[in-house]
Design a protein around this ligand. Structure first.
Ligand SMILES: [Zn+2]
Length: 362
């Protein structure tokens, strides 16, 4: 089925019959929407999915009470998924990897665009932690322009509600505690091979602002101005993206590290300062070697840091959860004062999880 045929079918054929009730319930008064506890789910890029597959999947997602999806895929895929989502009254935000660009051909044509570690290695050649870590330098104007143009293309897809940024940060200079064993590391300090970006552009821009070369310092990791420089580098990029996305009347959101404090410390994300419309801190508590109570306290910290400026939807990973743990984490998100919840991802949403998630809205 082609997009045009799909549109024709709405309200006419079998798919239209199934969709009609959801179309009618799409009209809520604004006040009600504001107070509603929202739920979202990531749905991947669906590289091999047909339109029928997407219709089936989104119909199930809608029936479980979700407000919207974070969908991967290029502008063509998005053109199709956005049409389907909109017809069902689901929000759709395009899931975009920002600074980490594994195997990106356009970027690879410019090896100088990649972030350089304190050891002097380009992350194009030496991948920290995992093979798919290839980080761009957020300070370079040409990298920023490249990324922003990408986001503009997405924001211009009709029916897309917004752009959802992921990997909008530096490489993890420190991994969450629960991952240290996996990589056989004890990260009680910032190690040079995971510390970015020390490219010539970053160093000279920092020197022109602060009056010294960061590499002249015995321990750059202790330099507060250098830390701030890197928070600002990401913040400035996000805010430039926000300007373009908002100019196209679309929303901007981001999935970020668990709390503003940990996000700064681990990946240089000062996300509570960004011009976003909503934010999804990934409070995957097992990765932090914490119990489910961390979901509540991290949500509270994020909500307090935002001070009511925008909604916070706490993200939860379905992979590491029993049914009981899923119930507990939903409860923890609610008691933590978040305005909603987001799940990663649809491929892990079995029938039992579906029944539990359906009750969020009950
Ligand atoms: Zn750099």
């Amino acid at each position: 089925m082609k997009k045009r045929q799909f549109i024709k079918n709405i309200g006419l054929g079998a798919a239209g019959m199934a969709l009609a009730p959801t179309l009618l319930t799409g009209c809520k008064i604004e006040e009600e929407i504001k107070e509603e506890f929202k739920s979202f789910i990531w749905v991947g890029n669906g590289a091999n999915k047909t339109m029928e597959d997407w219709v089936k999947q989104f119909t199930r997602i809608k029936s479980l009470g979700f407000n919207g999806v974070f969908a991967g895929g290029d502008a063509n895929t998005l053109d199709m998924t956005a049409t389907i989502a909109k017809s069902m009254g689901l929000e759709i935000h395009s899931w975009q990897w920002v600074m980490n660009r594994p195997g990106n051909k356009e970027a690879m044509a410019h090896p100088e665009w990649y972030a350089v570690s304190r050891n002097g290695d380009s992350s194009l050649d030496v991948n920290p932690y995992v093979g798919y870590y290839q980080w761009l330098c957020p300070t370079k104007p040409e990298v920023q322009d490249y990324i922003i143009n990408d986001m503009i293309k997405i924001a211009e897809v009709e029916d897309v509600d917004g752009v959802q940024l992921d990997y909008v940060r530096y490489c993890d200079v420190i991994l969450p505690r629960g991952l240290w064993d996996k990589y056989d590391l004890v990260q009680d300090h910032e190690m040079p091979e995971f510390d970015f970006c020390y490219c010539d552009d970053c160093r000279s821009k920092f020197e022109s602002e602060q009056g010294y070369d960061i590499l002249s310092k015995e321990d750059p990791s202790q330099d507060e101005a250098w830390r701030q420089f890197r928070y600002d580098s990401i913040t400035n990029l996000v805010n430039r993206i926000a300007k373009e996305v908002h100019a196209r009347n679309k929303k901007l959101s981001a999935s970020v590290f668990a709390t503003p404090t940990l996000a700064r410390k681990f990946v240089r994300q000062a996300w509570d300062e960004w011009d976003l419309d909503f934010v999804m801190p990934m409070v995957y508590y097992k990765m932090y070697a914490e119990d489910v109570n961390f979901v509540k306290t991290a949500s509270e910290e994020g909500v307090a840091a935002l001070g009511g400026s925008k909604p916070l939807y706490t993200a939860q990973y379905l992979h590491d959860k029993t049914n009981e743990e899923l119930k507990q984490s939903i409860e923890a998100v609610k008691t933590g004062g978040a305005q909603g919840i987001a799940f990663y991802d649809y491929g892990l949403l079995n029938d039992e999880f579906g029944e539990i998630i359906k009750k969020i809205k009950a």
